[in-house]
Ligand binder design. Structure first.
Ligand code: MN
Length: 227
């Protein structure tokens, strides 16, 4: 037996301080995990976390240039702490959830906000608002030996040098351990999974030519340019 055509390449993210690459299996994202962003979206700020996904090949490892996507007049940025898993399991208790973590990265959850708004109004899925091509720039994964488990510190995003998002990891409604535990009650997690953990307030509209600098304390800055 042989494949009809060449299977797609494995998407991989660099590991800081190493030549090894992190092979990606799935990309999960948390909706509304910072109260101030939930409020700016007009949502209940104490709602339990919910999840959506992006295709692994929507990642843009290392950032760089991102093509402005079709079918939107309102492309927005969401800077996020991303968790990289080297372990897996299902129904993982909160107390053991961090054992699954390999490290952390800076990510940007690019969103076609107009499509998302229309989907919300009609009760339609968010896939086309969130999971489009090049919708997830991501920086190198910082292993625990470098970054530990960041639970506080700045998370920010600038557009053309202007500060748009300026939060702190302490503002997360649900901790990384709680997010992993809850997600593992819905799906079986596995090595290679990434979890985007939500964004603080300040999301705003991007235009072609915009330069984005997104960062999390201890994890460096990710630079992406919309072209
Ligand atoms: Mn997001």
């Amino acid at each position: 037996m042989s494949y009809l055509f060449e299977p797609p390449p494995t998407v991989a993210v660099a590991l800081a301080g190493s030549d090894a690459l992190f092979p990606v299996r799935r990309v999960y994202c948390v909706g509304r995990n910072y109260a101030d962003h939930a409020a700016e979206m007009g949502a209940d700020t104490r709602e339990p976390p919910f999840f959506f996904g992006k295709p692994a090949d929507a990642l843009v490892p290392g950032g760089g240039t991102v093509a402005y996507p079709p079918a939107t007049a309102n492309l927005q940025h969401e800077v996020e702490l991303v968790v990289a898993l080297a372990g897996g399991g299902r129904e993982v208790p909160v107390a053991r959830a961090l054992d699954l973590v390999l490290g952390y990265a800076v990510g940007i959850d690019l969103t076609r906000r107009d499509l998302q708004q229309a989907a919300k109004e009609k009760g339609h899925p968010w896939d086309m608002a969130k999971g489009f091509d090049q919708s997830a720039p991501i920086g190198p994964i910082h292993p625990l030996s470098i970054a530990g488990h960041p639970t506080s510190g700045a998370i920010w995003l600038r557009v053309n040098g202007e500060l748009r998002q300026n939060g702190d990891l302490r503002q997360m409604s649900w901790s990384v351990a709680e997010v992993i535990a809850r997600l593992s009650g819905l799906v079986t997690l596995a090595p290679g999974d990434l979890i985007f953990t939500g964004t603080p307030a300040g999301v705003s509209t991007l235009a072609r030519g915009d330069q984005i600098e997104a960062g999390v304390a201890g994890l460096g800055e990710l630079i992406a340019r919309i072209v």
